[in-house]
Design a protein around this ligand. Sequence first.
Ligand code: ZN
Length: 364
Amino acid sequence: MPRAVFVPQRLRYHPSSRARLCTIALCAALGCGLAACTEEPRSPVVVDSPPDPSVVREVVQPSALRRHLEALQAAADANGGNRADATGGYEASAEYVEEQLRAAGYEPRRQEFSYGRSDPVDAFNILADTDAGGSSGNVLLLGAHLDSVEDGPGLNDNGSGVAAVLEVALRLAEQGAVPRDRIRFAFWGGEEDGLHGSEHYVEELSGAEAAAHVAYLNVDVVGSPNGVVFVYDGDGSDGEGEAGPEGSGAVEQVFVDILRGEGIEALPFGFIEDSDYDAFVRGGIPAGGLFTGDAGTKSEAEALTFGGQAGEQYDECYHEACDTIENVDMTVLEQMTETLISATVSLGGIEDGLATGTATEGAG
Ligand SMILES: [Zn+2]
């Protein structure tokens, strides 16, 4: 499809009110001081045309996605079979991600935190920003948790999300993309023990910094072997969870439209406090993202739409030792990565989109 088909279209979502950055619940949960409770005007979610799908397919590299998964599998194999927080498997996973980011020109940094009372766990997130672009002063954040459970290597949960987010970072750098917003890539620690890494990140933001986060895109489990395609239900229309903060509906629509362009009718998945989007939702930051299902059971209707086995789990190996590289559906992971990079271009304002073969300098 030629690029001209995508009529430049800028839909601007004007926030009608100032950010609800510091709800009473957030203050209670995070113990934030008065400074962080100051309401800041939120930057609106701005939606640009997504890139041409045929270009996106050329940009995302299936062999690189497989390499990322192989590295995470090796990290688990060499360290007792898992990549849980504060283990050798987590450290090896982190070193792989950091080395890949550095090779692409990024300067990854570790954000340390600890959690747990009687026997505190020292953990860390990895953060990396594009340094090209960012003229808006805003941040578009993509995140995937890097830790696994102790019971298995966690390749679908969440090696798949790590591979997708890392791949977007690498390809944007390779493209020399200059986004309107600074794009930040986060690899969270402490998710499996209670969403600690993302909570720490949000807790550390000043009111102004939080307001500059135009959206958070969560990628947790995106290669399910008996999967469906869920998009987080930003506008709360499915009735399962609450609507996200204002702007989340626009983020949801971006994902839905990109997938529809590929002939996929995504299902809404409510914000039910079970992944790293939670701290952002509570903090008033628009949130969204992709999920292909884990412990839930596939319905007859879903099997008709997406194929696979009705009456069985989306991922029988969820949180089990069998969540190895063999458990990840590479076709699904590739599709979700393409969707993620398209949404990043659309929401981050990469003016020239993506263009294969024209990169001159890295974004990192
Ligand atoms: Zn997960």
